[in-house]
Structure formats: structure tokens, C-alpha cells
Write a protein that binds this ligand. Structure first.
Ligand SMILES: [Zn+2]
Length: 255
């Protein structure tokens, strides 16, 4: 009964948005990853993207002229990681703010003497515990290789569902926490070695910032360049596949 009610509500939300599958296709064509989803899975991605557009406020800061197509592209990139695990994984926050390009947030922190310091760094994205997700539109469009700032920041949100972004999101029933920890530690050490030897084709060194960044960088590559990740870091690919409940190295046709 509840399930039927949910389906009815979702169908009504999608109808109200009045965005055809053709308009959605046009808005998201710049992102190569969408081509991987075919048949029933493509339809599911379209529907999930529209529901996220209704769930979250996707707004613009500064002078960025926001269009419906821009919102659709961001919503679709956001839809991919939760396509199988469900939109409820994005609970507890409501807003995505787009800046035209890299922005400079001011971070205040207090030292042991009670003095407040302000830090400034240019960022392409930011996700706060229970706060908004902030993205640079210029970086959203830079989605043809291994990086994807939307997936990066939203995987921090998944990671933060059980506290800080520490590379250890809540795992599904049947997943093994010890195996997750070992695989991620081994992959970290592998990347650290590859980085020291300047090996090509490795994960982005930004992943070595901390465990939370490692999970987000690995998540980006999992969706952007899955075959490469599977070949280079097979155990890491396997854990991410269990977590996201997807096999992006193969085309998704669905039933
Ligand atoms: Zn990050």
C-alpha cells in the first residue's frame, strides 16, 4: 500500500515538472556517462533525475544565469550514485548552490587559545555536514574524464550519513566492514606508491588528502572511468560496486 502511494506521488511529481524525456536527453547529452544507461535503466535515470530536481533546491549564487537545463544536468549527475540505493541516501539536506567558477569560501576555526582564524582557498566544490552542497558550474561541465565534481561532493554526503566524511559510509547489510577497510587501506598504499613513482593512469593524487577524499575520488572514477578503475584497482572497484549496487563497467540495459 505504502509502496503504491509512493509510486503515485512520484508519478504526479514527474507529471507536474512537465519535462519530456527528449528535453532531458538534450540537457544531459554533454555528459558521456549517461550513454551507458540504456532501456529500462535509462528511463529510471530520467525519472530519478526529475525526482531529485523536485527534492532539492538547485540554485545559483553570484551572477550565474541558471537555466532548467543546467539544473537537469546537475540533478542527473546526482541521480547516478543513488540510482540503485535510493534517493533517501540524500536525506538531511536540501540545497545545491552553483557558482559560476571556483569560489573562495571563508572557513573560520578557533585555535587552542580561542583565537578565530579565517582560511581562504579556491574550491570547485564543497559539502557540509547537514548543510548545502556548493559547486562551481565551470567544474560541473568538466565531466569528460575521470573527474566529476557533483559525484565527488555527493559521495561526501553519503559518507557523512554516519558522521564525518572519513571514507566509511554506512555499509549495506551483508557488506563486510573489515573487508572495506582493508581494500581501501591497500588501495591508498598502492596510490601512494604510484604517486611517488609518478606512474601514469593512477587515481587522482587528491585522494591522498585524507580517507574522506579518497572515497570521493574513487567514487568519481568508479562512475566516470569504471573499466580503468576495475583494471587498475580491482578490489576497490568491487567494494564500490557492492556499495553503489551498480556495475558501471558494463552497459545497463535493465529488464
Ligand atoms: Zn572532497
Amino acid at each position: 500500500m505504502l509502496e503504491r502511494l509512493r509510486h503515485w506521488r512520484e508519478a504526479r511529481t514527474i507529471k507536474r515538472l512537465d519535462i519530456s524525456m527528449e528535453s532531458w536527453e538534450q540537457a544531459v547529452a554533454v555528459w558521456p556517462v549517461v550513454a551507458r544507461y540504456r532501456g529500462a535503466q535509462r528511463e529510471k535515470l530520467y525519472r530519478t533525475s526529475l525526482l531529485l530536481l523536485a527534492d532539492k533546491a538547485i540554485t545559483a549564487a553570484d551572477d550565474l544565469a541558471l537555466t532548467r537545463d543546467m539544473q537537469l544536468l546537475v540533478a542527473t549527475m546526482a541521480a547516478v550514485p543513488v540510482l540503485e540505493i535510493g534517493r533517501h541516501w540524500y536525506r538531511g539536506w536540501s540545497t545545491i548552490i552553483l557558482y559560476e567558477s571556483a569560489f573562495v569560501p571563508e572557513h573560520e576555526w578557533q585555535d587552542e587559545y580561542g583565537i578565530v582564524h579565517t582560511e581562504r582557498h579556491a574550491l570547485s566544490g564543497e559539502a557540509w555536514l547537514q548543510g548545502p552542497v556548493i559547486l562551481s558550474w565551470e567544474d560541473v561541465l568538466d565531466c569528460r574524464h575521470e573527474r566529476n565534481v557533483v559525484i565527488h561532493e555527493l559521495s561526501h554526503k553519503l559518507d557523512m550519513l554516519n558522521g564525518d566524511a572519513n571514507g566509511f559510509p554506512p555499509l549495506h547489510r551483508g557488506m563486510d566492514g573489515a573487508a572495506w577497510y582493508k581494500v581501501f587501506t591497500d588501495a591508498w598504499q598502492q596510490l601512494d606508491q604510484e604517486s611517488r613513482h609518478h606512474q601514469t593512469g593512477r587515481l587522482d593524487d587528491y585522494g591522498l588528502t585524507d580517507e574522506g577524499e579518497f572515497f570521493s575520488v574513487a567514487s568519481e572514477t568508479f562512475f566516470q572511468q569504471p573499466r580503468h578503475l576495475k583494471q587498475r584497482y580491482p578490489a576497490l572497484y568491487q567494494q564500490l560496486s557492492l556499495f553503489y549496487q551498480q556495475t558501471p563497467d558494463k552497459p545497463h540495459a535493465g529488464q
